[in-house]
Design a protein around this ligand. Structure first.
Ligand SMILES: [Zn+2]
Length: 83
């Protein structure tokens, strides 16, 4: 009984691990299912970089408008201008 369970756990562990494309560490396959190719700690670094980058992408979308997040980088050159 327990032997079977142990075997099952090892098989599951092999099955659920995916490899980080950044550092080579193994991470949960469930995370890969969500569309991530990197492990949690590498993801944290990327998320932090993105947060810093996105914090620069705020501006008024119209005259006297409040600051809003601008998702598309190309909008930064044209936003708020009359086209
Ligand atoms: Zn990693």
């Amino acid at each position: 009984m327990f032997g079977n369970l142990d075997g099952l756990c090892i098989d599951n562990k092999k099955y659920i691990m995916a490899e980080c494309t950044n550092c080579g560490e193994e991470f949960s396959d469930k995370r890969k299912d969500l569309g991530y190719d990197i492990c949690l700690s590498c993801g944290d670094n990327v998320a932090h970089e993105q947060a810093v980058e996105k914090s620069k992408r705020v501006g008024p979308l119209f005259n006297k408008g409040g600051l809003q997040y601008i998702s598309d980088e190309e909008d930064l050159t044209s936003i708020g201008k009359k086209v």
